[in-house]
Write a protein of this length. Structure first.
Length: 473
């Protein structure tokens, strides 16, 4: 009931109502005004033709274009409206140089420099196999903050975990620490009060909302990052700031997640946060505090994508990482909805003898998305990739291990939204200790998992249809 009240009083409700009114208008014109059917049909065809030309003209993945064109044919009136609302024209800004540069880490470094402008940092890395493991370390680091605390999250939910964090943030702000928060307008539409930004401001905590919800504005391109910066410490991964992520609330069984802690030169992550902050607050660009000394640790690459549809790091990086595996490739992902480049890379790696394993949830958080995930899982199984379901509960981790030495911990899901649309972040490194911890975590989860449920011919057929429209998700 509380979520329903938040929905009706929040900014998501007007957006849903706006789309419902468009659909109702189309139905009304088609049923109640038969004399206008012929002119209405002509108008609909003209609108669909305009939308089709728009789709053809933009720079996008072929499978995303095909899905949008199919939507025009299957859904009259509403299809063209949705395509025109959620399709943005953009200049061609694809990579102009080859990323081939010797080692895999060197290739990733080159891609990051070309696309995001981030540089390689150096620091001590630690892997967390769950939110319960990360929580005490995060709170201890937070209590010791002396200069800055930056948070950028898709979901922040009021509860015991967030209350613990807010109390420390309020105390640190009173001590003069620079405390700033960015949260996503859609991700927090049902988890935070409508005027929560004002409540934080009253506690001297600076806050910016990424694309507050409004009808036909910013509905698809969201800030899906999970980024927590405390002085020279950075947390990245899949863990949002909500009780279910740290075991305080049970949702869909045990909530399996992962994160990485970096202590050292995290100036690239600071620059990424400040870039988003300045864009949202329309303030002048801020300089990043220089890191005082190289220190000890491992070199790592800061990965990030903005909420745009061109020059996507994830779109270029994941096929590269998959195709680089020579012995084994292990992946955690809560959702599967893969571009054809990734599907082909996974199938090719499996055919070449690489031990390719993917873990997905057994208990879904969204049934429609889970249906699509299983459809992709069955297709991957058919192509020789091993796919296993995490039986204790919902798997939300987004990590990758390559040949036992390269590790990726991020907010990227293996789906179109993360790779091609949303703002994401993560860390890639060649760190023996972190890779060993990630491999141990994956193998223990895999051993306790189960096979993907077999489907009837009818369910497989529905899955194939769902996969046609997957690029629109």
């Amino acid at each position: 009931m509380r979520k329903m009240r938040r929905f009706l009083c929040g900014r998501l409700f007007p957006c849903v109502l706006f789309l419902a009114l468009i659909a109702a208008l189309g139905i009304f014109l088609s049923i109640k005004l038969p004399r206008l059917l012929a002119p209405a049909a002509l108008m609909e065809r003209a609108l669909s033709f305009t939308a089709a030309l728009t789709v053809i003209a933009i720079n996008d993945l072929p499978e995303r274009k095909i899905a949008k064109l199919m939507l025009l044919g299957f859904v009259p009136w509403m299809g063209p409206v949705l395509v025109l609302l959620f399709t943005r024209r953009a200049p061609d800004e694809r990579l102009t140089s080859d990323a081939g540069c010797g080692t895999l880490f060197g290739c990733v470094k080159t891609l990051c420099e070309q696309i995001t402008g981030t540089h390689v940092g150096k620091g001590a890395l630690r892997y967390f196999a769950s939110g319960e493991e990360m929580r005490p370390c995060l709170l201890a680091d937070l209590a010791g903050a002396a200069q800055r605390i930056y948070l950028e999250y898709y979901i922040i939910a009021q509860g015991k975990f967030w209350d613990e964090i807010v109390r420390v943030l309020e105390k640190k702000a009173a001590e003069g620490v620079d405390v700033r928060i960015i949260f996503d307008g859609f991700g927090c539409s049902l988890t935070l009060p409508r005027r929560y930004k004002r409540q934080l401001a009253a506690r001297d905590i600076k806050c910016a909302v990424f694309r507050p919800l409004a009808p036909a504005k910013g509905l698809t391109r969201r800030d899906h990052k999970k980024l927590f910066l405390i002085d020279d410490i950075c947390y990245v991964g899949g863990i949002n700031l909500a009780d279910e992520y740290v075991g305080e609330k049970i949702r869909f069984g045990h909530w399996k997640d992962s994160a990485a802690r970096i202590q050292g030169d995290v100036t690239s992550f600071q620059a990424l946060f400040l870039q988003t902050w300045c864009a949202l607050t329309r303030s002048a660009a801020e300089n990043v505090s220089p890191y005082p000394h190289p220190g000890e640790g491992t070199f790592f690459a800061a990965l990030a994508d903005d909420a745009k549809d061109t020059d996507r790091l994830g779109e270029a990086l994941f096929p590269l990482l998959i195709s680089s595996a020579r012995e084994r490739l292990y992946l955690f992902s809560p959702y599967l909805s893969l571009p054809d480049t990734c599907m082909q890379a996974l199938a090719t790696a499996a055919a070449a003898g690489v031990d390719v394993r993917i873990m997905i949830p057994h208990i879904p958080d969204k049934r429609a998305v889970f249906f699509l995930t299983r459809a992709y899982a069955r297709e991957l199984l058919r192509r020789g990739v091993k796919v296993c379901e995490y039986t204790p509960g919902f798997l939300h981790a987004k990590s990758m291990l390559i040949d036992g030495k390269y590790a990726l911990v991020s907010s990227y899901n293996l789906d179109f939204r993360s790779l091609c649309v949303q703002a994401e972040c993560g860390v890639f490194c060649e760190d023996e200790a972190l890779a060993r911890a990630l491999e141990s975590d994956f193998l223990s989860c895999y051993a306790a998992g189960c096979e993907v449920k077999k489907a009837s011919p009818f369910v497989r057929f529905l899955g194939q249809i769902a996969m046609l429209f997957a690029p629109l998700t």
